[in-house]
Structure formats: C-alpha cells, structure tokens
Design a protein around this ligand. Structure first.
Ligand code: GAR
Length: 194
C-alpha cells in the first residue's frame, strides 16, 4: 500500500478534495494507495476536524514551539517518516521549506500553488495577477524543489480574470479548479510509481 501524507495549515479544502476523490474512486483497491495521515503546523487548522471526521490519523506540530526552522523541520520529517510515505502532499501548507527537508523527500513531495507558475511565485498571487492586468489566472501542481514554487509542472488549470474581480472572487474561482486538478495529479503520480 502506498501511503500519502498530506500537510495543511488552514482550511484544508484541497486535502478534503483529495480524501473525497480517494473514497469515491476507492483508491485503496484501484490505486493501492491510502491517505495515511494529515499533519498541520497549526493547532486550529480547520481541515484537521474534517480529517478526524473521516477517521484519518492527524498530527499537529506547531512551528512556533521550536527554536529554529531546522528544529521544526527535523521533527516534521520524523513525524512524516512514521507513516512511510510514498508521497507527501503540500495542500495549503504555508511554511517555507529548507533544501535539506526538500532533499529528504526528493521526488515524492508535491505542492499546489494558486497561480500559473512560473508567474507569481510566493504570496498574494491573486492581487498580483489582477494588478498586472492578467486576463487569465489559475493554479499549478508541481514537484517541490529547494527553490520556492519552482520544480517541474505536473498539472495546471486556467480560469478567466473578470473585469470586476476582487482577489477573493478570483481566489474562489481558482480554488474550485484546484479541487479538480490536485486529486487527479496525486492519482497520476501514485500510478506512476511502484
Ligand atoms: C490554496 O489556494 C493553495 O493553492 C494555497 O493555499 C490555499 C489553501 O487552501 N497554497 C499556497 O498559497 C502555497 N504557496 P486549502 O487549505 O483550502 O486547501
């Protein structure tokens, strides 16, 4: 069985979309994969309640409780490793990761970013897309490398930017598409590995 570990920091709607797809498509038998754990760096991450309600093991590692980024990441890596993951899925996990953490999970660490990378890496993507006058925006699933929001692109979704858009309205339109492409990309990845 291929174990998936999902990391969240907040609402966890992408995590929930992956869980729902895995249930609907019976990934345990059709893909040979299961969501082994959901881990958050925030105690109050809303997504934790959903994971618990689905009977998925959860863990919380509050980054503020650690003296340094390296200490936090060492504990996080150990926590993830307990679940022997074939794939670690960042789903709104809002921590910058050091090269040593990324290297530890090299080739089995993916992320979703709410822009059409390589445009707008980093924060406030929707504000920046509107300010730049973009006519289209979207989301990107990509392999995680040591460079923030880089790494090979696994999937993208495109949505129009409307003249009346606020950042929130655009974020909502993009998020709806994230929920479509992320579960698909996770499944494709899992089917591609032994
Ligand atoms: C999503 O829009 C995701 O693309 C973004 O945070 C949101 C999390 O929503 N991720 C990043 O900005 C990472 N740089 P969710 O918690 O409801 O899945």
């Amino acid at each position: 069985m291929k174990n998936i570990v999902i990391l969240i920091s907040g609402g966890g709607s992408n995590m929930a979309a992956i869980v729902k797809t895995a249930q609907r498509e019976a990934w345990e038998t059709s893909v040979g994969a299961r969501i082994a754990a959901v881990i958050s760096n925030k105690t109050d991450a809303k997504g934790l309640q959903y994971a618990i309600s689905q009977g998925i093991p959860t863990r919380v590692l509050d980054h503020k409780a650690f003296a340094s980024r390296e200490d936090f990441e060492a504990a996080l890596a150990a926590c993830i490793d307990e679940f022997t993951p074939s794939l670690v899925v960042l789903a709104g996990f809002m921590r910058i990761l050091t090269p040593s953490f990324v290297n530890h999970f090299a080739g089995r660490l993916i992320n979703i970013h709410p822009s059409l990378l390589p445009a707008f890496p980093g924060l406030h993507t929707h504000e920046r897309a509107i300010a730049a006058g973009c006519k289209f925006a979207g989301a990107t699933v990509h392999q995680v490398t040591a460079e923030l929001d880089h790494g090979s692109i696994l999937a993208q979704a495109v949505v129009p930017v409307l003249p009346t858009d606020t950042a929130d309205a655009l974020a909502t339109r993009v998020l709806t598409q994230e929920h479509v492409i992320y579960p698909k990309a996770v499944k494709t990845y899992l089917l591609s590995i032994k």
